[in-house]
Design a protein around this ligand. Structure first.
Ligand code: NAD
Ligand code: UDX
Length: 466
């Protein structure tokens, strides 16, 4: 079966880049990305390519190449579903904020709405692909909704989790470590559906990197991958605290252990704590699944990854307060970076949010500079915590478009995101215009201790012993 028309529901950080790359690599497939969010669709259709809703290196060029050629953005969801042979569901699956499983389970309401809409509209057989990250066994719920509310047409459900990381999404999509496709190979229709998706990826991904499994293994592998990745960050962050007490250096420890081919050198950077929309949500979801099967030891094991991450964020802000003579009340502290990692405008679960909240509780005055995050986003992140009123947040936190201005008269600078540009700032100029003693708290380990200390800074680097 050859797919010629794809619909993707959800034009977010995954739907946008993923479909843009499929459109680029498969010019003969027409792809329509739909969303209920009109402003988001308008932004994807904007002729100002700096205003696309997702910033990813290389993405704007692909959108320029493919948009209106074989890639379309629309709010007409029914029409796109009707026309498509294959429908990707790429909507958000956030942690539930209400009812049973509140604060842990994935909220599947958006998924269910999509399934019901597909069932209502579809007049021909469709392949439905789970692109969103979902709890294991969600495909059976989707299948049940489709089969019971549909118009008697056949649906095949595939699981095709996305492994891209933000900031490197385009490269990850063009050159993935693997593509995972879960389907029901026990029936002919299932085999045909799996092959149809394999054929799409085969346009640019080597065959040996396309892995097919049963649906449940595919769904669970996504949660497992994120749990393992986050666990590495929490593990190295736990060691960073020991380093600080003992005089060991976390970069040296990372290098030493990373050269062991069984451990590997990637993903061993100590930090102020992992953020992003996936790690915390997916581990909480995994913990919830384990608990629901009464696997309490399994649940507690993975929950510790999150608790360690919370600790890492809190100890970073505690250290700032302790070092600044146990009070930051009325003192200006400059944040360089607000995004959860470099090369993205995404701030979901960014460590900066928690660190700022802790310091604002201590009555600090915060100035923020981030090269890609909007002012509106930063205030919304703080307001969403409901710790204090929106007016208070505006009063206590200011946002600068110029990093040097943000640092003026500051008592301390905290590096929250590892943007490359921060390394090349004129640190002498920054030092000159700060309160003395001038402190730098490097939560990403990107600055040179010796150089900063020579300028006169009192310098703290995560995981660097005395
Ligand atoms: P997102 O919030 O950026 O985008 C989701 C979009 O879906 C939103 O624009 C929303 O308006 C839209 N939507 C919700 N319900 C809809 C409906 N019924 N009809 C039409 N549109 C609807 O989320 P995201 O970051 O793209 O993540 C999507 C999924 O992919 C999640 O399950 C996530 O866990 C998973 N994932 C994310 C990443 C990542 O790096 N962000 C990586 C891998 C997997
Ligand atoms: C993650 C997974 O990597 C990706 O495969 C999945 O599809 C979605 O979730 P993402 O959250 O976009 O991707 O970025 P990632 O590079 O994994 O970073 C997550 C967080 O961990 C960031 O805050 C990052 O700064 C932090 N991190 C990462 C570290 O602190 N140290 C590291 O060594 C690596």
């Amino acid at each position: 079966m050859k797919i010629t028309n794809i619909c993707c529901i959800g034009a977010g950080y995954v739907g946008g880049p993923t479909m843009a790359v499929i459109a680029k690599q498969c010019p003969d497939i027409k792809i329509t990305i739909v969303d209920i969010n009109e402003a988001r669709i308008a932004a994807w259709n904007s002729n100002n390519f700096n205003e696309l809703p997702v910033f990813e290196p290389g993405l704007a060029d692909i959108i320029k190449e493919t948009r209106e050629r074989n890639l379309y953005f629309s709010t007409d969801i029914d029409k796109a579903i009707d026309n498509a042979d294959m429908i990707f569901i790429s909507v958000n699956t956030p942690t539930k904020t209400y009812g049973k499983g509140k604060g842990m389970a994935a909220d599947l309401k958006y998924i269910e709405i999509c399934a019901r809409q597909i069932a209502k509209v579809a007049k021909q057989n469709k392949i439905v692909v789970e692109k969103s990250t979902l709890p294991v066994r969600t495909a059976s719920a989707i299948k049940s909704i489709l089969d019971n509310t549909g118009n008697g047409v056949q649906f095949q459900i595939l699981s095709n989790p996305e492994f891209l990381a933000e900031g490197t999404a385009v490269q990850d999509l063009l050159n993935p470590d693997r593509v995972l496709i879960g389907g029901d190979a026990s029936v002919k229709e299932g085999m045909v559906a799996i092959q149809a998706l394999v054929d799409i990826y085969s346009n640019w991904v080597p065959k040996e990197k396309i892995l097919t499994t049963n649906v449940w293994s595919s769904e669970l592998s996504k949660l497992t991958a994120n749990a393992f990745l986050a666990q590495r960050v929490s593990s190295i962050n736990a060691m960073s605290e020991i380093c600080e007490k003992t005089g060991a250096d976390i970069n040296e420890v990372s290098k030493a252990i990373g050269m062991d081919s069984r451990i590997g050198s990637k993903f061993l950077n100590a930090s102020v704590g992992f953020g992003g929309s996936c790690f915390q949500k997916d581990i909480l979801n995994l913990v919830y699944i384990a608990k629901s099967y009464d696997l309490n030891e399994v649940a507690n094991y993975w929950e510790q990854v999150i608790l360690m991450n919370e600790h890492q964020k809190n100890r970073f802000s505690d250290n700032i307060v302790n070092t600044l003579y146990n009070t930051v009340s009325g003192k200006k502290i400059t944040f360089l970076g607000w995004a959860f990692k470099k090369d993205t405008n995404d701030t979901r679960e960014s460590a900066a949010i928690k660190v700022a909240d802790n310091l604002l509780n201590e009555q600090a005055k915060i100035a923020v500079y981030d090269p890609k995050v909007s002012e509106k986003r930063i205030y919304a992140d703080l307001d969403d915590l409901s710790t204090r009123s929106s007016d208070e947040n505006k009063n206590l936190l200011t946002i600068n478009k110029d990093p040097y201005k943000a640092c003026e008269n500051s008592h301390a600078i905290a590096i929250l995101t590892e943007w490359d540009a921060f390394k090349n700032y004129d640190w002498k100029r920054i030092y000159k215009n700060m309160q003395k003693p001038a402190f730098v708290f490097d939560g990403r380990g990107i600055l040179d201790k010796k150089e900063l200390e020579e300028i006169g800074f009192t310098f703290y680097k995560i995981g660097s012993g005395k």
